[in-house]
Design a protein around this ligand. Structure first.
Ligand SMILES: Cc1cc2nc3c(=O)[nH]c(=O)nc-3n(C[C@H](O)[C@H](O)[C@H](O)COP(=O)(O)OP(=O)(O)OC[C@H]3O[C@@H](n4cnc5c(N)ncnc54)[C@H](O)[C@@H]3O)c2cc1C
Ligand SMILES: NC(=O)c1ccc[n+]([C@@H]2O[C@H](COP(=O)([O-])OP(=O)(O)OC[C@H]3O[C@@H](n4cnc5c(N)ncnc54)[C@H](O)[C@@H]3O)[C@@H](O)[C@H]2O)c1
Length: 509
């Protein structure tokens, strides 16, 4: 039975288009992928060597080992888990949760009849809980490496040939790690802006914003993207006055327009101020604070904005510094991303790249999927990642999650479509817990009812979105979701009702 289902799954995977990914993804299609190449340089110790121990790299290393490949992973930061675990997803979610609890205690508990005389913030304790979560998880990956027999090489890796990585070890030494297949998973780094020097004290990147020792009175955030809105939420809830300066006309420019408008209104209600279509042209920091010179994006009169701390969150760049790409001739695009084909192979045979360092969404779960698919290809199996179906979540309150296309994208494709919506105001669980802001929006092809995109704004949108992600992956119709029995009372019922609204009528509104 198990064998039969495995065979069916293999046959199914093979029928799927492995390169059905979106516009800017995996464009490079060199004719170089060779899985039976001859190896010129010396005797190889490893089948796979991964440079970078982030979600892309460590997952690739574990999966490679599970597939029976002798694997080593080189990491320079002294801890596994990459940006995500050390200075990204995990510490930010820890602080988002802690600050949300404080905010709820101040503003919502009394509505539920829970009263107390005063609530205080103990910032060092809050930071310590975040640090504990990070260190437990990074140590957990070391444990997984041991369990799966992945060699963990600490140090800075540099490609010296397509099958050799020279590693500067923490004790100042040097060692060469050899591999038949090398996977570059070096991730991304903060993108600084011209004329702005990040000191991680008053002019901070996300890394500094995760470790402030005092709550700033005024925090100016440059860039209304994922990091700006999440870290702005953290410090805003703890008492900072937040002003977000955004170059574009909208916050999170990639989000569905209708959802984005509601999201912005919600953040404004929480006290976040937005200066859209505005650029920062200069930053002057003195002992007393920081002065930012602003200008309308289209040009015009300058104004001055004062802050105690400025967060620079205007995007991230692929991290390839000192990696030796030039030495072995790995091709990159204009903004330094490594170009790969649909098997994650670069133009240099035997050298692959995955995660934030290649085109595609800069997300941890996408990096992990890349990693698994890449080593499956290396092992002669079939890997699969569809960048059109990677969910995205902004972990504010409410959260905003989406998968598939926005209404703007569907319109641009010229596809005839239907929209089904359901507000949480009409969802019994949301009303019961007094947390009913937001909605579910489903876009489906008019002719076939096939789901094209799902957008959710809700307290737990990041969990709810996976029902939609599965539906999209299986090319489901909105009616498929609507006819699945959903437990009551749950927030998930709003997804079912929005699906009913897409092809027919919802019940509860
Ligand atoms: C504040 C913040 C919050 C985020 N929150 C989320 C979130 O909630 N959800 C989400 O999906 N994504 C989130 N992200 C994005 C996520 O962190 C990245 O998409 C993800 O970490 C990319 O994984 P990666 O393995 O490609 O690279 P990375 O995680 O950047 O890992 C690369 C690793 O390679 C190492 N390295 C680099 N060069 C070398 C070298 N030459 N030798 C040895 N080692 C090297 C680096 O030290 C690093 O540890 C967040 C990012 C930030 C900054
Ligand atoms: N919840 C999550 O999944 C999560 C959380 C944090 C970070 N991330 C990832 O990390 C990456 C980096 O996050 P980010 O928020 O820095 O980037 P982002 O791309 O999400 O947002 C950057 C914002 O800065 C704006 N901007 C760019 N230059 C500007 C300028 N000069 N002045 C004013 N605004 C400017 C852009 O228009 C954009 O809105 C993202 O790609 C995201 O995928 C994900």
């Amino acid at each position: 039975m198990a064998m039969a289902s495995l065979a069916r799954r293999k046959a199914y995977l093979l029928t799927r288009n492995l390169s059905n990914s979106s516009s800017d993804v995996l464009k490079y299609s060199p004719t170089v992928t060779s899985f039976s190449r001859g190896f010129a340089s010396g005797s190889e110790e490893n089948d796979v060597v991964v440079i970078g121990g982030g979600p892309g790299g460590y997952v690739a290393a574990i999966k490679a080992a599970q597939l029976g490949l002798k694997t080593a992973c080189i990491e320079k930061r002294g801890a596994l888990g990459g940006t995500c675990l050390n200075v990204g997803c995990i510490p930010s979610k820890a602080l988002l949760h802690s600050s949300h609890m404080y905010h709820e205690a101040q503003h919502s508990f009394a509505n539920h009849g829970v009263k107390f005389s005063s609530v205080e913030i103990d910032l060092p304790a809050m930071m310590a809980q975040k640090d504990k979560a990070v260190s437990n998880l990074t140590r957990g990956i070391e444990g997984l490496f041991k369990k799966n027999k992945v060699s963990y090489v600490k140090g800075y890796g540099k490609l010296i040939s397509p099958s050799e990585v020279s590693v500067e070890t923490p004790d100042g030494g040097n060692t060469v790690v050899k591999g038949k297949h090398i996977i570059i998973a070096t991730g991304s780094d903060v993108k600084s802006l011209p004329g702005i020097t990040i000191d991680e004290k008053r002019i901070v990147s996300s890394t500094g914003a995760l470790a402030l020792t005092e709550i700033p009175k005024k925090l100016v955030v440059i860039g209304a993207g994922y990091i700006g809105l999440e870290m702005g939420s953290v410090w805003g809830r703890l008492g900072s006055e937040i002003t977000v300066v955004e170059f574009a006309a909208d916050i999170v420019p990639t989000m569905d327009g209708e959802i984005r408008k509601q999201f912005q209104r919600s953040l404004e209600k929480q006290g976040m101020k937005f200066m859209l279509k505005t650029k920062v042209v200069g930053v002057d920091s003195s002992a007393d604070g920081v002065k930012l010179t602003l200008e309308p994006a289209a040009g015009g009169d300058q104004t001055i904005l004062e802050a105690d701390v400025v967060l620079v969150s205007a995007g991230r760049s692929p991290y390839t510094g000192g990696l030796g790409l030039d030495k072995i001739g790995v091709e990159t695009d204009k903004i330094g991303r490594i170009l790969v084909n649909e098997r994650f192979s670069t133009n240099v045979p035997g050298v692959y790249a995955i995660g934030d360092v290649i085109p595609g969404p800069m997300l941890a779960h996408k990096a992990e999927e890349d990693g698994v698919a890449c080593v499956e290809f290396i092992a002669g199996k079939t890997g699969h990642v569809d960048y059109d179906k990677v969910p995205g979540v902004v972990y504010t309150h409410p959260e905003v999650a989406s998968v598939g296309k926005t209404e703007e994208q569907v319109k641009a494709l010229g596809v005839e479509y239907r929209v089904g919506k359901f507000p949480f105001m009409a969802n019994s669980r949301a009303k019961a817990i007094d947390n009913a802001e937001g909605l579910v929006k489903i876009l489906a092809e008019k002719e076939t009812d096939k789901i094209l995109g799902v957008h959710i704004m809700a307290p737990n949108a990041g969990e709810l979105i996976h029902e939609a992600a599965i539906a999209l992956q299986y090319d489901a119709a909105s009616e498929d979701i609507a006819r699945v029995c959903h437990a009551h009372p749950t927030m998930s019922e709003a997804v079912k009702e929005a699906a009913m609204a897409t092809y027919d009528k919802p019940i509860h509104i």
